[in-house]
Design a protein around this ligand. Sequence first.
Ligand code: GLC
Length: 734
Amino acid sequence: MKLSRKISLLSAVACGMMVAHGAPHAHAAHGSTDPADEKARQVLAHMSLEDKMSLLFSVDGGGFNGSVAPPGGLGSAAYLRAPAGSGLPDLQISDAGLGVRNPAHIRKDGAAVSLPSGLSTASSWDMDMARQAGAMIGREAWQQGFNVLLGGGADLTRDPRGGRNFEYAGEDPLQTGRMVGSTIAGVQSQHVISTLKHYAMNDLETSRMTMSADIDPVAMRESDLLGFEIAIETGHPGSVMCAYNRVNDLYACESPYLLTKTLKQDWHYPGFVMSDWGATHSSARAALAGLDQESAGDHADARPYFRTLLAADVKAGRVPQSRIDDMAQRIVRSLFAQGLVDHPPVRAPLDVVTDTLVAQRDEEEGAVLLRNEGNILPLAPTARIAVIGGHADVGVISGGGSSQVDPIGGEVVKGPGKKDWPGDPVYFPSSPLKAMRAEAPAAHITYDPGTNIAAAVRAARAADVAVVYATQFTFEGMDAPNMHLDGNADALIAAVAAANPRTVVVMETGDPVLMPWNGSVAGVLEAWFPGSGGGTAIARLLFGKVAPSGHLTMTFPQAESQLAHPDIAGVNANNVFEMQFHTDQELVYDEGSDVGYRWFDRNHLKPLYPFGYGLTYTTFATDGLVAGYHHKQLTVTFNVRNTGTRPGVDVPQVYVGLPDGGARRLAGWQRVKLAPGESRQVSVQVDPRLLAHFDGKHDRWDIPSGRFRVWLGHSAMDDSQQVSVHLSGRTLAP
Ligand code: GLC
């Protein structure tokens, strides 16, 4: 029997498949005294069944394969007209997690400010920054008239070639849950529902519409699902978007285990589940599994599942009215809970200067300094600097797909005119070159496009320092076929470094990349997709106006052969459309919960740069590591000191190892800003789930008895300080 079949049977048994056959559903409102639930009950008490059912599906909002905005719609991913007389707002539903999208440029005033990639926000390890970033895009959505933002991508980056990793937060469930949950909280502080997505296991783009992600349910609870669980606890998203793919053979939007058993029963999630666009495949089966709203089904789905077929299911008794009532209750309670009813959007011009500054600071905190030999950085303000490549003279690159934002100021790089999805790469008009010249007016800074290597080499030879900008364009719908930088970047960097070893590489990438020239250059700054304020952020980092403080949330491998799945079947499809619809593709995630750095730890592999790694312009020392267990809480205490000559931010990380000797797990961290010579004592409380294994038979977390190891370090590979602590076993309260 195929492993996936075994897992699906296991998960079917473990997950109470009876839910799909009419067993009691996870009713949010039952007994809830939450004011939002009470208000929703009052509104729905006067609503006909027909009106309730009109809440269960949105329509295409325009821009989808040339569609136009529906009457009442603003022009976005989807629109839902509220029942007349209900007092509820229409739902104006917009993408996405990096800023307000304007699909197919459908709105003439649809440009907005873009955050840097989600990987950048996550690499700041700063939950407050993530919250501010979310508040900025939530405010812009509200000012443009939207009340639902499809942001909050929390899929773990199981593969460093993932086409949408730039929208996500990285390898670790704790870090992902807290960082994405904080962004969601920020969005919702602006009375806009944020949508946690793509639930679950949408960790690759190849065959995303049809593939089955097969994983032991226990391992899934300890990894991908733990990330979603913590994001929900941290950000309380008004909605969750179920993913395209299958999980253990069942479509995510038809999985009782995911949607009802885990999300609504175990986690007591009170909000609603919307489908991804084209991820609804049935009416009764999906509704009974726990799907609450079909998204843009008029254009995205094969049949009018929730638009008309569901009514027939209710009439025929295949779906009880109580399920319809629960679906409507969940949707309406979220409208009240997130302030959509009491605080409808008030159209206003965007505060572009303020919002761009938020994006800039996000990038300043999220860029990761990987290499700084001979302290080549920060650059001298009077140096002769050769800036080369990456369209650095005009802007910074961004990721493609439904998270793409239209740049304010227009696009600055004319691409080859790619017609099929997602079109040409979009550059934001935030020029690193112009920003560098503004930051260092006394420096002599030249620019070479990098298209002719010989010319670039001449420019490098004539300078004190060469700064090469290199890009890797990634986008929704396709995974990176390899881990190389775009175009001739590897050859260009190697040639420039050979001509002038005082070379700094600034990488604008959607993913970790291979760096064959790494030993030949002096400095490397990973800037991810830098966002609308990216050029200024990069310049300020290079000249030391702000010190880098980012730390990796994804492992940079030495080679693809180190990965848990070196080959992605079908990744070299001829086009994106074919790529997404490979049939019967299944990927058995037999690494289980050992994602990323845990895989490297378990297999004693040495990456190029480890999870948690990042340099700055000063140095830090930590000591005094103590692990104390009181009142069932493990608290790790230590001292951090700035041992350098510049102020800086450190992010010491706490990892734990369970008695069974499995891979180490991130258990907490602290972001500490210190002046030269300053020291501080820090305490980190460990989430007990990181000390436990999930017991799939009893649906609970069990902390085993025995000796736990505790590491304090600056990456997942840092063994310099560790202590052990003995814990007696216990079961965590649900
Ligand atoms: C897309 C994406 C999802 C997005 C939705 C609406 O296919 O998977 O993230 O929010 O459709 O554009």
